[in-house]
Write a protein that binds this ligand. Sequence first.
Ligand code: FE2
Length: 337
Amino acid sequence: MRNRIVCLGIESTAHTFGVGLAAAGKAKTAISAPAAAKNGMRRKILANVIKQFTTKSGGIIPAQAAEHHVEVCDKAITEALAAAKIAMHDIDIVSFSQGPGIGHCLRVGAAAARTLSLVHKKPLIGVNHCISHLEIGKLYVSGANTQVIAFEAGKYRIFGETLDMGVGNMLDQFARQIGIGFPGGSQIMRLAAKAAAKGGKYIELPYVVKGMDVSFGGILTNIKRKYDSGSYSKEDLCYSLQETVFAMLVEVAERALAHTGKSELLLGGGVACNTRLQEMCGVMCEERGAKLFVPERQFLVDNAAMIAWLGILEYLKGTRTPVEKSAIRPYWRTDEV
Ligand code: FE2
């Protein structure tokens, strides 16, 4: 085996079509699975090309997003290889997001990965999108998935999750309802910050934590009614929404830390870009003497560098996805991996 393993990863679970290149290896010694398991393994992201499908009003139309992914597919692959200054023959493995995600979108990435794997005779590896967001995951907050995950006894386990929609989807839906566009989360953050600068007028909203789980559907209905009544400003509503749902997430994350006895919290997913959520998690961690980790933005949002990186880890553990078993898994759960 070569000293370096390079993986081309493809992400296409929802809005984003991405192509990432990750490399792992040691300068002079060959890589083995145990070597990879050690933290000392050198890793490098060689490219992270992100192409996003957007609509004027926000939201996603699956068939159109899939069409977008088909259109940008070749270009994204070419751009990623050019950015890394390598060619297909330098690639050792091809990985792709096998799930969870939107079927229309997943199919495009899976087809592209299968083709590259067959044409260039490279092993194919289907990886779980949620797990790719994290190496040792504690908190996962994003569009369609909201989960508190801990790595316990050799497996990712879900300690708490949303009972209905993901927090990111909820924020996007509210943003769309009040006409502030896409991506909804960052627009809400901007308006909330305006309200906070004026002292922050908190409007009471339902707070829905059930054991270790959270639920956002009722909050969305409630806040929409408040908006429709015309008695509240967009800024105050956004501020109150963030304060409420982030407090719920922080509460569940704190309980997971207490329960598992862990002392580190890692944020992942698009919503983790929100500086208010980061701040609230920071306060909680400081109070408990825990450490907070927030990856760089390009690795928080949906991207393929994380798919490529997980591809390498899975490869070194012996995972292979034969083409006949490479069907997409739109409902693939984190704890099934
Ligand atoms: Fe994601």
